[in-house]
Design a binder for this molecule. Sequence first.
Ligand SMILES: [Fe+2]
Ligand SMILES: [Fe+2]
Length: 283
Amino acid sequence: MSSAEANPLANLEQWDDFVKDRYDPGKPKESFRHYDEKTPPVVREFYRLNHQNQTREFVLQKKNEYTGKRRGPMGIWEAMEYLNTLVDDSDPDTNLSQIEHNLQAAEAIRRDGHPRWFVLTGLIHDLGKLLCLYGEPQWAVVGDTFPVGCAYSDKIVFPEFFEKNPDFHNSTYQTKLGVYEEGCGLSNVDLSWGHDEYLYHVMKDYLPEPALYMIRYHSFYSAHREGDYQYLMNDHDREMFAWVRTFNPYDLYSKGDERVDTAKLRPYYEDLIAEYIPAKIDW
Ligand SMILES: [Fe+2]
Ligand SMILES: [Fe+2]
């Protein structure tokens, strides 16, 4: 597969923008299922690749590859600057840098008086997108995440694209519970691979549990926005998902906020980072 075929989006934000539009609070509820016609063709193509290629085997292989964190040590601000080198092919005038977008989310959380670890989570939650710079295709970095190894929820966008996924034809994987047990808890469930799961593994020793849930499940829309997959969750997951839902509006809607002065904000955020995270951590 050529790189243009593997990466149909002009930039990763096109996926974020699509999700934002899907959950636009001004949108009438019944229009939720009508995203089809209005979706940019590159976004459709992105989901086609994502749903076709995210097999359980692929997910287990990527977990094996990345959760050992063998890419060497890097500081958080350094990682943010590295992520900023991800160039945006579309509309350079109006698109914010990755750092600015993440600072906007963090600043919106700070303005609302949330705890410091929550502000920090807003700043770093998308750093797993570094996967793109490691050469992973877009469909293995972003996209709504979903459990693999059990039946797909019809609340996942473009469910028809799952028909091309080899797991769709595996009868064990297509029962309601698949390889899982009822109420087994999400920590025992493999979700499609992407920036959420990767960053969770990088951060899991440093942040409080609600922050880790926000990081790990912020793209799991069929669960945190649509309420599906309750049968895989335990009571603790349900309790923690309240935090995931609290975080979601900052992720989706803080983007249009006024420009941030990165240089001016940096000292505050460097202090905040140092409060929780060592100067260099393994990636
Ligand atoms: Fe994200
Ligand atoms: Fe985000």
